[in-house]
Design a protein around this ligand. Structure first.
Ligand code: ADP
Ligand code: MG
Ligand code: ZN
Length: 491
């Protein structure tokens, strides 16, 4: 009898390229004078004109500011900026696209051949190449109500930059890191708020898998409708595993456009593609080629703000760990808040600890994302004041946390809360020695272990005495008294 050879399961790796659509937050639309408004709150169809409604006989005019934003992003992504830009008609029919075509860029996009650096968990970095970034216009928005579909054209014609990466991403976590970094760059450049829940930033991963060690590109799927970076990570992880199972069971992955069902945690097929869509691109006859001079590019380069990586390195220079610095700069609002706390006198490492460990925890509990840090009641100045209370020995660490809780929930300055909550450090050494006596009396076994040479017990005993003080005991005084008393006990 021959024994069946067990077949080793193949190990698969992911191949992912991201297509990101970022609305450019200019004052007016891409090809007309209509204002760019928040399409989730503005009354529908209030900022429209014959151009963005696609009426016949009108002519588009290129928004100079949108082009400048495109150059900004291109430079930040280390791209070459094209001297000659040509707009193209991309024909397709959809109710939210009244012209029957979208003005886009096809063969001559504004930016090509760049890269973006992502941080890997092991501290290393990796470059993800950017293939291209091109300017186009957004479509209107379909709102499905019962059996009907309503259309809001406020978004129609809003400038859009599509940023396409090379398929250099190898895991769901790398996809997440890429999206976070790109989102931060767009925020720092002041071209996009990064609010995926409002749809101003839309991230679509193209995903395939292949056996580890192979360099082939297999059939890919594209996932749409992701409304957070967290969903991007989850959907990618799900899709990678799904495709690996298909190949492993001898099947074929079908090229498809998928949606993400957040509740069920699954990708769902929206449509399967037999071949590439035929968009019948041709040069837009209503627009002349757009020439970008080297002088213009230099002007934009000169006014580029500090970008996340540079800001991270600067914070590392102030003494922050690479990890803490990366966390702080990931959201521009957080980095701004942090630097305001420094300007108010806070020491960088302490401020980072308070923001990352304490403030974020409270925001998290309240369901507030990091980008909303400016909305919390605790101002950067108040945080600096809180750190000062601890530095000056007027509040110990646990008292400071209670004060932070109070400032998070209600108005009031740190020292006001210090006295309102009665957390001033006690000057009464009698109270402290009573507490030391109580704790030692209740911890005979621990005292014996300490006396037998187990030094780490000291920390435990210290914690017990501090707890007795309910935030009012100065740690240094307690430590001094406790070690002296123990020295006597041990004899
Ligand atoms: P299309 O224009 O049809 O969307 P592109 O060639 O422009 O196709 O690619 C779109 C995205 O898909 C890019 O980000 C690219 O990196 C990525 N991509 C291309 N081939 C693959 C593949 N085999 N697996 C995963 N991603 C891929
Ligand atoms: Mg695509
Ligand atoms: Zn308009």
């Amino acid at each position: 009898m021959t024994e069946a050879t067990p077949t080793m399961p193949t190990a698969y790796e992911a191949v992912i390229g991201l297509e990101v659509h970022a609305e450019l937050e200019t004052r007016s639309k891409m090809f007309c004078g209509c204002a760019v408004v928040d399409s989730t709150t503005a009354p529908p169809n209030t900022v429209v004109c014959p151009v963005c409604l696609g009426m016949p006989g009108v002519l588009p005019v290129i928004n100079r500011r949108a082009v400048e934003f495109g150059i900004r992003v291109g430079l930040a992504l280390n791209c070459q900026i094209a001297a000659a830009n040509v707009f193209a008609r991309k024909s397709y029919f959809y109710p939210d696209l009244p012209k029957g075509y979208q003005i886009s860029q096809y063969e001559m996009p504004i930016a090509v051949n760049g890269w973006l650096e992502i941080d890997l968990p092991d501290g290393a970095t990796k470059r993800i190449r950017i293939r291209r970034a091109h300017l186009e216009e957004d479509t209107g928005k379909l709102v499905h109500v019962g059996d009907s579909s309503l259309i809001d054209y406020n978004r129609s014609g809003v400038p859009l930059l599509e940023i396409v990466s090379e398929p250099d991403i190898r895991s769901a976590d790398e996809a997440e890191a890429y999206a976070r970094k790109l989102r931060a760059i767009l925020q720092y450049l002041d071209v996009n708020s990064g609010d995926m829940s409002k749809g101003v930033l839309r991230v679509e991963p193209n995903i395939s898998v292949r056996p580890v060690g192979s360099d082939e590109f297999r059939t890919r799927t594209e996932v749409k409708n992701l409304n957070s970076i967290r969903s991007l990570q989850r959907a990618s992880a799900y899709e990678i595993e799904r495709q690996a199972k298909v190949w492993e069971s001898g099947g074929q992955v079908a090229q498809a456009t998928l949606g993400w069902d957040e509740v069920r945690g699954q990708t769902v097929t929206q449509r399967t593609k037999e071949s590439a869509d035929d968009y019948r691109y041709f040069p837009e006859p209503d627009l002349p080629p757009l020439f970008i001079t080297p002088e213009w590019i230099e002007d934009v380069r000169r006014t580029m703000p500090e970008l996340p990586d540079a800001r991270r390195d600067r914070l590392i220079g102030l003494g922050l760990s690479r990890y803490d610095a990366s966390v702080i700069v990931a959201e521009k609002a957080v980095a701004d808040y942090f630097e305001k706390a420094l300007a108010a006198g806070a020491e960088p490492k302490k401020a980072a600890n308070w923001v990352i460990n304490e403030l974020f925890a409270r925001m998290n509990k309240a369901g507030l994302p990091g980008e909303r840090i400016a909305d919390v009641r605790v101002t950067p100045g108040a945080l600096a004041g809180l750190i000062r209370l601890v530095d000056e020995g007027r509040a110990n660490h646990s008292a400071a946390k209670q004060i932070l809780d109070a400032m998070y929930a209600e108005d009031g300055a740190p020292d006001e809360w210090l006295s309102r909550l009665g957390l001033e450090q006690t000057q009464d050494s009698g109270l402290i020695s009573e507490a030391v006596e109580r704790v030692l009396a209740a911890s005979a076994a621990e005292v014996a272990r300490y006396c037998a040479g187990e030094e780490k017990i000291l920390k435990f005993l210290l914690g017990q005495v501090m707890r007795e003080g309910k935030g009012k005991f100065p740690a240094a005084a307690v430590q001094e008294l406790l070690t002296a008393t123990l020295r006597e006990r041990c004899g």
